[in-house]
Design a protein around this ligand. Structure first.
Ligand code: DAT
Ligand code: MG
Length: 150
């Protein structure tokens, strides 16, 4: 089953949006299989954002993600990687569509509330980076029959 890595960034936690963000993913019908509050180390931040290492905003990105607690999550469901990116919205909250998390709650690219893996392979790398295998819980939600036609 497809999985994605999502992380509510320090701005989302500080602004009290953890419940609202999790609610949207639950309401959509995806399954939460991993969840923890993390104080991100500089080492983890630099590994997570490795593809952006040469970008001018890399130092501020690392400073921001390590500035406060982050809610790290793994969500499961068919098509969850792309669908979660749609729920999250465009990178810049100012231009993200209303109805998306970034579009509804943000105004600045450097405070865009949540990270979501951009592809299945990226998700696999990020899940392995943030979670030990025993921290992930596979389970079958009772509502599945009402969400997915078998
Ligand atoms: P996304 O988080 O939508 O996958 P990304 O992977 O391109 O976006 O960039 C990672 C983060 O880096 C993004 O959430 C916010 C920050 N960022 C991206 N582009 C930026 C820019 N031009 N200026 C400042 N921060 C930027
Ligand atoms: Mg990205």
């Amino acid at each position: 089953m497809e999985r994605t890595f999502l992380a509510i960034k320090p701005d989302g936690v500080q602004r009290g949006l953890v419940g609202e963000i999790i609610r949207r993913l639950e309401a959509k019908g995806f399954t939460l299989v991993g969840l923890k509050l993390v104080r991100v180390s500089k080492e983890l931040a630099e590994k997570h954002y490795d593809v952006h290492r040469e970008r001018p905003f890399f130092p501020s990105l690392v400073a921001f993600i390590t500035s406060g607690p982050v809610v790290a999550m793994v969500w499961e469901g068919d098509g969850v990687v792309a669908a979660a990116r749609k729920l999250i919205g465009a990178t810049n909250p100012l231009t993200a569509e209303p109805g998306t998390i970034r579009g509804d709650f943000g105004i600045s690219i450097g405070r865009n509330l949540i990270h979501g893996s951009d592809a299945i392979e990226t998700a696999q790398r990020e899940i392995a980076l943030w979670f030990a295998p025993e921290e992930l819980v596979a389970w079958q939600p009772a509502a599945t029959a009402w969400l997915v036609e078998s």
